[in-house]
Design a binder for this molecule. Structure first.
Ligand SMILES: NC(=O)c1ccc[n+]([C@@H]2O[C@H](COP(=O)([O-])OP(=O)(O)OC[C@H]3O[C@@H](n4cnc5c(N)ncnc54)[C@H](O)[C@@H]3O)[C@@H](O)[C@H]2O)c1
Ligand SMILES: [Zn+2]
Length: 364
């Protein structure tokens, strides 16, 4: 399958291109690399698995191999990359290629946005999360010691190349992170996509390539539709945060260890569905369908089965939820669902209501 979606953002528009085989990406990528100085940014783990493919796809490129993991997502890395580029005389016409998951994508996008006041970059996502979410939309960034993703830019790639063959080597835990974001996309905007997920559980769990192509395509369509209307997160883009208010609190409570972003998101989705139902906005049977898809895809649904002896208390999670910069004193911005495939715009919710729902949710 070769397929394309255009993300329409005026002069920042770009295509997302699918190929079934990694080596088939070569021709498409060469259209961007030809005659240009190019650097490929990846990490030790991905290079260990895909050395042959990287050498084949990017023959004359500078290779920048970073340590694996979220801890690399910091300002120091951006400085090191920029120094390397300068040493090799990279200029405004040069190109960066992000070859990896969300961490590599966020770092590469950020470096591209500031080096020489901005150079081009393209994304080759190798995790499901990056395919369905982070490689599209133009958010780039790194973590500060006091806050995740607190330094960054909005900077769109020139193209995104998706190939689900990469998923063959991706561990189940990482697949789950992408699946949680795909379920989120279906929930906010596309009930047909949601039914597709329900019907294809086995194929998804087996990473069937045609099904994963469709799953990533539908997710990108949702993200593109939202970003096209609200590139820089005024209000609408906030719907992509369905499930994320609680997810961010859980990740923060665990100090970004032991639990991955997507794992926290699937719990957050189940809570957002529960809260929408408890507020009388979402029908009970729809809430159960949401819980069922999370169960069938083997995703986390509750806080009570999280790792570790100690678990976050409802009070602690509420305090962390309040920390989001958009919140006012006793209200928390929260995204609810009217229906499967129908969001409610983010709106302030009384923190007391969330607290009571959290207490109840814990016991489910
Ligand atoms: N920019 C955005 O809009 C956006 C959206 C969501 C998340 N993010 C960011 O994305 C990051 C999470 O991304 P992620 O989940 O892709 O994590 P990641 O980039 O850390 O990748 C997860 C793990 O999988 C490994 N890996 C990557 N591709 C592989 C493959 N094909 N086979 C085997 N192993 C592979 C990586 O080396 C890593 O160990 C976070 O930093 C988050 O803040 C950004
Ligand atoms: Zn997310």
């Amino acid at each position: 399958m070769k397929d394309q979606i255009k993300v329409n953002l005026g002069e920042n528009s770009y295509s997302v291109i699918w190929q079934d085989l990694i080596l088939s990406l070569k021709k498409d990528i060469e259209k961007f690399t030809e005659g240009r100085k190019t650097a490929v940014i990846t990490n030790t783990k991905i290079y260990g698995i895909y050395k042959k493919e990287i050498n084949n796809l990017f023959k004359n490129s500078l290779l920048i191999i970073l340590p694996d993991g979220e801890k690399t997502k910091r300002i120091k890395t951006i400085e090191e990359i920029s120094e390397k580029l300068l040493k090799e005389n990279f200029n405004r016409d040069s190109l960066l290629i992000a070859f990896g998951g969300g961490v590599i994508g966020d770092i590469t996008g950020f470096a591209a946005s500031i080096y020489a006041r901005g150079i081009s970059f393209v994304q080759v996502p190798t995790t499901l999360l990056a395919m369905v979410d982070s490689s599209v939309g133009g958010k780039t960034g790194v973590n500060l010691s006091q806050g995740k993703n607190m330094a960054g830019t909005f900077y769109q790639p020139k193209a995104v190349f998706i190939c689900c063959e990469f998923l063959k080597t991706l561990p189940k835990r990482e697949i789950n992170c992408g699946l949680a974001e795909a379920v989120k996309s279906a929930l906010i905007m596309n009930k047909v996509f949601f039914s597709f997920l329900e019907k294809n559980v086995e194929n998804i769990l087996n990473k069937n390539i045609n099904i994963m192509n469709l799953l990533s395509k539908e997710s990108v369509l949702v993200k593109a539709a939202v970003v096209e209307k609200d590139e820089k997160e005024n209000l609408l883009r906030g719907i992509l945060n369905l499930g994320h208010t609680l997810a961010h609190a859980i990740e923060s409570w665990y100090n970004y260890k032991y639990i991955n972003h997507g794992e926290a998101v699937s719990i957050g989705l189940s809570f957002a569905a529960f809260f929408s139902y408890r507020q009388g906005i979402l029908e009970e049977k729809k809430y159960h369908r949401i819980i069922d898809i999370l169960t069938n895809l083997k995703l986390n649904k509750n806080i009570s089965n999280l790792p570790g002896q100690k678990k976050p208390k409802a009070e602690e999670l509420l305090e962390l939820m309040k920390k989001d910069k958009k919140n006012k004193k006793e209200e928390i911005y929260f995204v609810m669902l009217k229906d499967i495939g129908q969001y409610l715009l983010p709106k302030p919710v009384e923190s007391k209501k969330l607290f009571l729902a959290l207490k109840e949710f814990y016991k489910l």
